[in-house]
Design a protein around this ligand. Structure first.
Ligand code: TYC
Length: 124
């Protein structure tokens, strides 16, 4: 017949409790299991999308892409031309708060220079 201790241990395992190490009596200390959750949850990502306009100079947009979005010169030029020709384009993809900060920085720099450049966020 199953011992009372084994019944308790089985119930605790079923319920996902730590087993062993507790004062269960009987001097049986077998193992300690803790509910571990590997903390590697992926953050949701957001695209920073540059919008075209008729007034912001191409060189200014290329500088933004290099300095704020860390694109090499050739890629910055390619993205700027894509936005110029297609109306919008992805400058970069980041977790929410980083995307938000970059968008704010872009619009601050644009405003300081009196350009209407806009950058918006979109869920990946
Ligand atoms: N269309 C602008 C021009 O002809 C250049 C430009 C490109 C502006 C990309 C904004 O996000 C932009 N000067």
């Amino acid at each position: 017949m199953k011992s009372l201790l084994e019944t308790i241990l089985q119930a605790r395992r079923r319920d996902g409790d730590a087993v062993g190490g507790d004062d269960l009596g009987g001097g049986l200390v077998t193992e300690r299991r803790t509910r571990e959750q590997t903390k590697t949850k992926k953050p949701r990502l957001y695209k920073c999308i540059l919008l075209n306009d008729d007034y912001t100079p191409m060189e200014f947009v290329v500088e933004i892409l290099k300095q704020i979005f860390h694109k090499p010169h050739a890629e910055a030029t390619r993205i700027m031309l894509h936005v110029h020709q297609n109306g919008m384009g992805v400058a970069g993809v980041y977790p929410y708060e980083i995307a938000e900060t970059k968008i704010r920085t872009v619009e601050e720099l644009a405003r300081e220079n009196q350009f209407p450049l806009k950058c918006v966020m979109e869920k990946e």
